[in-house]
Design a binder for this molecule. Structure first.
Ligand code: ZN
Length: 298
């Protein structure tokens, strides 16, 4: 364990704290890009052109006013030309991404799976904030995330290591010894995808037949297919459990604060599934082991 944790300093010769600092700064920069995605993807605008501009005075933002976290502080949260307030969402997403990247680095360590964890976390932040604002989980994020998950599932066992996928060590995948490991890994991806996307789709279909209302968006189904493909069936079940539990708690709070009770209140479920998937990525293995040791001993 100690060897794993100190690998950044072993490889680079720098103290471990530098690793955390680099990852934090990198996270803030990525968060700044995620702000562009969160703003433009739902509006179907290009994410590379034009440069960012103030939504109020349309003045384009100078590079020195576009430094993650710092610019917002230096400008006291106001546009340099028109003094209109800049949404605190911008520094919030940058800080959140930076802190989440530090957590991913802490949990995964300095190894080939680190970029996978960082990309997954970044995609989830984009999806969570887009769902919160627009109640959609756009295909332009969920489809590439699914392709990415399948590629990782194929490439890691072939060229790097399959040890990052915990579902390969448990049933049913650990019984497929006769097959090449990359095929078992891909099978695990499909199984995880079906557990994630398939189960949500089924719940949505049953609800639709019973109540005649659309309960589950297809965006959630696609997102959970991608999550399941990467994390495997166990961590995907954990994701759905965390998502459903936190979603239900928040949903009840929302309904209890309504003056006129509307139990059909629309809650963007993608937010909670996104949070659940990040928790599952970071702490899922520990949580699943704890659950098995506590409730299913022997
Ligand atoms: Zn302005």
């Amino acid at each position: 364990m100690h060897i794993l944790l100190s690998s950044f300093s072993m490889i680079t010769g720098l103290p471990e704290i530098f690793g955390y600092f680099f990852v934090f700064v990198f996270g803030a920069v990525v968060g700044s890009f995620l702000n562009v995605l969160i703003h433009r993807v739902p509006r179907e605008e290009s994410i590379v052109f034009p440069n960012s501009a103030c939504p109020n005075c349309k003045q384009s933002i100078k590079p020195y006013d576009n430094i993650p976290l710092l610019s917002w502080l230096i400008l006291s949260g106001k546009c340099r030309s028109c003094k209109n307030p800049i949404s605190p969402r911008y520094p919030a997403v940058e800080l959140l991404t930076a802190l989440l990247f530090v957590l991913v680095f802490w949990q995964i360590g300095f190894n080939p799976f680190l970029p996978v964890g960082l990309i997954f976390a970044a995609a989830m932040i984009a999806l969570i904030f887009i769902d919160a604002e627009n109640m959609i989980l756009p295909n332009v994020i969920t489809y590439p995330l699914l392709v990415f998950a399948l590629l990782v599932r194929l490439i890691f066992p072939l060229f790097l290591s399959a040890s990052y996928f915990s579902d390969l060590k448990v049933s049913p995948l650990n019984q497929m010894e006769d097959y090449p490991i990359w095929l078992v890994s891909l099978f695990g991806a499909v199984l995880g995808g079906l557990v994630g996307g398939g189960s949500l789709w089924l719940v949505g279909e049953i609800w639709k037949r019973l109540r005649g209302v659309e309960a589950m968006g297809l965006g959630d189904v696609k997102m959970m297919f991608a999550v399941g493909a990467l994390l495997g069936w166990r961590l995907t079940l954990l994701t759905i459990f965390i998502g459903a539990f936190t979603g239900a708690v928040v949903g009840m709070l929302v309904i209890s604060r309504q003056k006129e009770k509307d139990f059909q209140a629309q809650i963007p479920f993608g937010i909670f599934l996104g949070i659940g998937s990040i928790v599952a990525l970071l702490f899922g293995e520990q949580m699943v082991s704890w659950y098995i040791e506590t409730f299913l001993p022997g």
